[in-house]
Design a protein around this ligand. Sequence first.
Ligand code: CTP
Ligand code: C5P
Length: 331
Amino acid sequence: SPINGKDVRVWCDGCYDMVHFGHANSLRQAKALGDKVIVGIHTDAEITKHKGPPVFTEEERVKMVKGIKWVDEVVLGAPYVTTLEVLDQNNCDFCVHGDDITMTAEGVDTYHLVKSANRYKEVRRTAGVSTTDLVGRMLLLTRNHFRQGSAEYDIEKEAAKSPWTGCSQFLPTTQKIIQFSDGKSPNAGDKIVYVAGAFDLFHVGHLDFLEKASKLGDYLIVGLHTDPVVNSYKGSNYPIMNLHERVLSVLACKFVNEVVIGAPYCVTEELLEHFKIDVVCHGRTPIAMEDGKIDPYAVPKTKAIFELIDSGNEMTTERIVERIISHRLEY
Ligand code: CTP
Ligand code: C5P
């Protein structure tokens, strides 16, 4: 809470390339140490200089971080070594980073200046999630079972905790879900919007879609399909992230009020009634028919409460996988 009526402003910085719920969890912990969270993001040029080009552009990285509900401001162009000047320019009291050591290309601790000035605090890194791990899962898709259908899953079984999500080491707990959720029920008279999907490797396309969906009402509920359901219509080794991981990624989004964990593929009368849903939407991506013939949105369409949304964004989970693979081949 504010000291002498003045907000405690917390500075966090990083690459935020392939934003995942580990990043979100560090920003959540940073928020708990102050009133406002200001995130400094390195430019593409700065990252390229220190560790090679990022997978996502600075515009995409900025958008993803702005979409996280604990973030108050985003500043593009943070220096790789955090300076006292950058904290002062942004009126930040101190800097917060996860408990991993980060170095410049020359091997200098990127936080040495703020550490010696006692303007540095540490939060615990989220175990079991990292860009390296997610990229590893995406590269698994290029192996022999890629695009070969469900019969091939057994190949990876010994190495895998889940047949669909490879090597997840993340341990989901109710505590984490409680920390990530806003805990608010809809108010009487709120217009309730429902969307459903895989929301695998939560990305800028999802973010733009959810922002538009949230504007159609007052309370946004996102239904997430289970791993076997997603696999049944996406095939191959999808989803890349398991249901628990997808839940946290979606809950971290500032446009989302509630998540249904393991939503049925078809929007039924019971579901509409249970959540008092006023409008159901879907983006411009193709809608797979259940069993090849049943439109999952048949019920809301009949009731004329279905709306198509144009997110205006071409990003898809498959596109991310392609980008990662070509990025890996180049660097
Ligand atoms: N972070 C975290 N838990 C993770 C991954 C990242 O708490 N599992 C934190 C980092 O400690 C840092 C912030 O997220 O405070 C952003 O740092 P960034 O440089 O973008 O993250 P990386 O450390 O590169 O994360 P990853 O390896 O997953 O890309
Ligand atoms: O593909 P997935 O199930 O994750 O998509 C969830 C929702 O986000 C769908 O309604 C989809 O149409 C929408 N979306 C979008 N624009 C994108 C990607 C997804 O509107 N670029």
